[in-house]
Design a protein around this ligand. Structure first.
Ligand code: 13P
Ligand code: SF4
Length: 301
């Protein structure tokens, strides 16, 4: 039996839904029931009827789905698929910042461990960070773990004072102004669309900086016909599907997230057959990390 049919059959047998991020391989996106950016997926995770969620993405995404659905089984086809940036902040530093700035709001990008979420006030994703930070009454904002998304928000939020953390996404950090300018020279009409996890100077030179879903939406609604894409190349699958007549270009060495690419059809089959690896979090973590995630869903409405 072919792999896609096998997955359909197992999904029915196990009452499972497959959720996938735009950065996973094309064939995995094609087999998924729900594909989206981090925000869309966490919102959808609160609405699924199935008793099993197969999360095709990295660990923090599966963990968020579990925190939002503690009574469902959440499977990660590859337990080793992790986001390095999710670990680039510390509870100790959060405590220190809280001591130094008693009015601070700890704003935690969802690309973070469940432990970091437990000690944060509110979660954000790249599609709602600005809206949520602006809605907070606090003057001081400690933005973890991504310094670049933090700076991107801070530039549009002059009324607040930010404390930055030094984490970043190693995949987006590799993207430079020079590499984008090289593509621009070849395609001068193309608009540059980047993710706010990119370096600040990359965001500044772009025609648009926004979340994965924001980039897809921009390309769809823009009158332009050519685009240079400054984010993980998995997004090209949806961009080309939605815009078959538009042209998309990437730098010579495009950002590729090795962890997202760990998810394969074979691993989805194995996960459904064995009902493992399962996301398991202790009760305290689920309880404490639930609050900032729900707070995000509320404030992002
Ligand atoms: P989005 O919030 O755009 O889905 O991005 C998630 C991510 O991991 C970007 O590297
Ligand atoms: Fe993490 Fe970067 Fe991969 Fe996104 S692209 S999951 S931030 S390593």
């Amino acid at each position: 039996m072919d792999k896609v049919k096998k997955i359909q059959q197992l999904k029915e047998e196990k009452n499972a839904v497959i959720m996938a991020h735009y950065y996973v391989e094309d064939d995995v996106q094609a087999v998924a029931d729900v594909v989206g950016d981090s925000y869309f997926l966490s919102e959808k995770a609160t609405q699924v009827d199935a008793s099993v969620i197969v999360f095709c993405g990295v660990a923090f995404m599966g963990e968020s789905a579990k925190i939002l659905n503690p009574h469902k089984t959440v499977l990660m086809p590859d337990a080793a698929a992790d986001c390095p940036m999710a670990h680039m902040a510390s509870v100790e530093k959060i405590r220190q910042v809280r001591r130094d700035y008693p009015d601070v709001a700890v704003v935690c990008y969802v690309n973070s461990t469940a432990e970091l979420k437990m000690y944060s006030d509110v979660c954000v994703t790249s599609s709602n960070a600005l809206k949520i930070v602006k809605a907070l009454p606090n003057k001081h904002i400690y933005f973890i773990p991504d310094q670049y998304l933090g700076r991107f928000v801070a530039n549009q939020c002059p009324e607040k004072e930010f404390i930055f953390n030094d984490g970043c996404c190693p995949v987006h950090h590799g993207l430079t102004v020079e590499s984008l300018e090289k593509v621009k020279k070849l395609h001068p009409e193309a608009l540059v669309l980047v993710h706010p996890e990119c370096r600040s100077e990359v965001c500044s030179m772009a025609d648009y900086a926004g979340s994965t879903a924001g980039i897809i939406q921009f390309a769809k609604t823009s009158k332009a016909q050519e685009f240079i894409i400054g984010t993980e190349i998995g997004v090209l699958y949806e961009l080309k599907k939605q815009n078959p007549r538009k042209q998309f270009y990437v730098p010579e060495q495009p950002p590729i997230c090795a962890d997202m690419k760990k998810i394969t059809l074979d691993k989805i089959i194995l996960a459904l057959e064995n009902m493992a690896p399962e996301v398991v979090l202790d009760e305290d973590a689920v309880k404490k990390a639930h609050k900032p995630l729900i707070q995000m869903l509320e404030l992002a409405k």
